[in-house]
Design a protein around this ligand. Structure first.
Ligand code: ATP
Ligand code: MG
Length: 429
């Protein structure tokens, strides 16, 4: 196939054999969020470039080198969203729904775009489920977000494979004081830092804590600790969060080097990490961003949120073989009809059954075919039962009811009794 007719590198098709697992995952999360009282919001995929520069921060990996930015026909600079928080904040401000201290508990789902090096668990179009809460500033809501994800890991059967890492970044004032101390310390060891860290020391020094370079990590061992610079309020907030996690029994590890990639965080930051996916170990990450709304031109409004990477979590389910059996079967009943008259009767019968059992997954054979070929298709569909309409059945106004997975003999069921019979033998999800 010519190159121009292939998908863009790092942007994947999700094929029909994969979508059941995606839908199971997305459905599980959506139900959980509904149950905790969160409401869905949907934002555009494209925004003005300025929005991301202002909210994410000019000297972050995303803004410096990962954005898909282009000029549209009006000459406006637009960007495919690299994350959801910026657009969500823009939306709540634009529609005034966080004004006057109104609490909003929101979630969204959809594709995000970052020009990164594609590899397992890292793509250029990827999907996130994200959540943002506005105007609740206590540790109770931070704890709720984490508790909710903990429940999700439990429901998905991956709880034992993820670990919660926690840190507090303090307020922007206390972080400023810490930044000064860190810069002073690192400047004194400038020669021992890797090149990237030397650059970050000037542009975004906290990101040096995030380095993977062993020499720089060695320098960091004796660096000033963020915890020693926390203001009283942030300290109390962090203690409040830990007490709540302890109360629910959620284990965590404190990671003083957890700073997160984006500029806008304050106080709580957290990541759920796994060692099951190789290098791409973070499956869900978030934190508090109390200054962001104001920075974007709104009234002071606190915020806290997280985003989880759907590709990585789907990979986890596959790797840990936590794929529920039910999701692979998409057909309950397959109707085979032989001859034109039977086909017409079958179509009408199928619609009557669907009226009475709207959740039944009933597939009607299309494309006619011999006895053998229709049975083969019925079997391949994964259906539990085949319904058979041939000359004999037509004459008696019955349908042959044949278990395909070895649950007994074929029997004849009157057309009028079919829906009631199916209701007793097909468990409907
Ligand atoms: P990383 O350190 O892996 O680059 P990040 O800090 O850039 O992650 P966030 O912006 O916090 O990631 O996004 C939240 C989640 O979205 C991540 O924890 C991850 O699960 C997922 N994610 C981020 N970037 C990608 C990507 N390029 N491909 C697939 N999933 C991603
Ligand atoms: Mg990244």
């Amino acid at each position: 196939m010519s190159k121009s007719l292939q998908a863009i590198r790092g942007m994947n098709d999700i094929l029909p054999e994969q979508t059941p697992l995606w839908r199971y995952f997305e459905g599980t999360v959506a139900r959980l969020l509904d149950n905790y009282g969160y409401k869905q919001i949907r934002m555009p995929i494209v925004e003005f470039t300025e929005l991301f520069k202002r909210s994410i921060g000019e000297v972050t990996d995303i803004v410096e080198k990962e954005m898909y930015t282009f000029e549209d026909r009006n000459g406006d600079s637009l960007t495919l969203r690299p994350e959801g928080t910026a657009a969500c904040v823009r939306a709540v401000l634009e529609h005034g729904i966080t004004g006057g201290g109104q609490v909003q508990k929101l979630w969204y789902i959809g594709p995000m775009f970052r020009h990164e090096r594609p590899q397992k668990g890292r793509y250029r179009q990827f999907h996130q489920i994200g959540l943002e809460v506005f105007n609740l500033d206590g540790p109770d809501i931070d704890a709720e977000l984490i508790t909710m994800t903990w429940r999700l890991w439990g429901e998905l059967g991956i709880r034992d494979a993820v670990k919660l890492e926690l840190n507090s970044l303090g307020t922007s004032e206390s972080r400023g004081r810490y930044r000064e101390a860190l810069v002073e310390y690192l400047s004194a060891h400038h020669d021992k830092l890797d090149e990237d860290s030397q650059r970050r020391l000037k542009t975004n020094p906290l990101r040096v804590l995030d380095t993977k370079n062993a020499d720089t990590q060695a320098v960091l061992v004796d660096a000033p600790k963020m915890a020693d610079y926390l203001d009283d309020e942030s300290r109390a907030h962090f203690e409040g969060l830990k007490a709540r996690l302890d109360a629910v029994g959620i284990p965590y590890v404190l990671n003083p080097k957890l700073v997160r990639g984006l500029d806008y965080y304050s106080k709580t930051v957290f990541e759920w990490v796994t060692d099951k996916l190789g290098a791409q170990g973070t499956v869900c990450a978030g934190g508090r961003y109390d200054g962001l709304v104001e920075q974007m031109g709104g009234k002071p409004t606190t915020g806290v949120g997280f985003a989880m990477g759907i590709e990585r979590l789907v990979l986890m389910l596959e790797t840990l073989e936590q794929i529920p059996k039910e999701i692979s079967r998409q057909v309950d009943v397959y109707l085979c009809a032989f001859g034109e008259e039977a086909e017409l009767a079958g179509l009408a019968l199928a619609e009557r059954v669907r009226d009475q059992l709207p959740n039944l997954r009933l597939q009607v054979n299309a494309g006619a075919g011999s006895f053998k070929s229709q049975f083969k298709k019925a079997d391949k569909s994964g259906a539990l039962y085949a319904l058979i309409l041939g000359d004999d059945e037509m004459a008696q106004q019955v349908v042959g009811f044949k278990p395909l997975r070895g649950q007994g003999e074929q029997q004849s069921i009157a057309w009028d009794a079919l829906a009631a019979h199916l209701a007793t033998c097909v468990v409907q999800g």
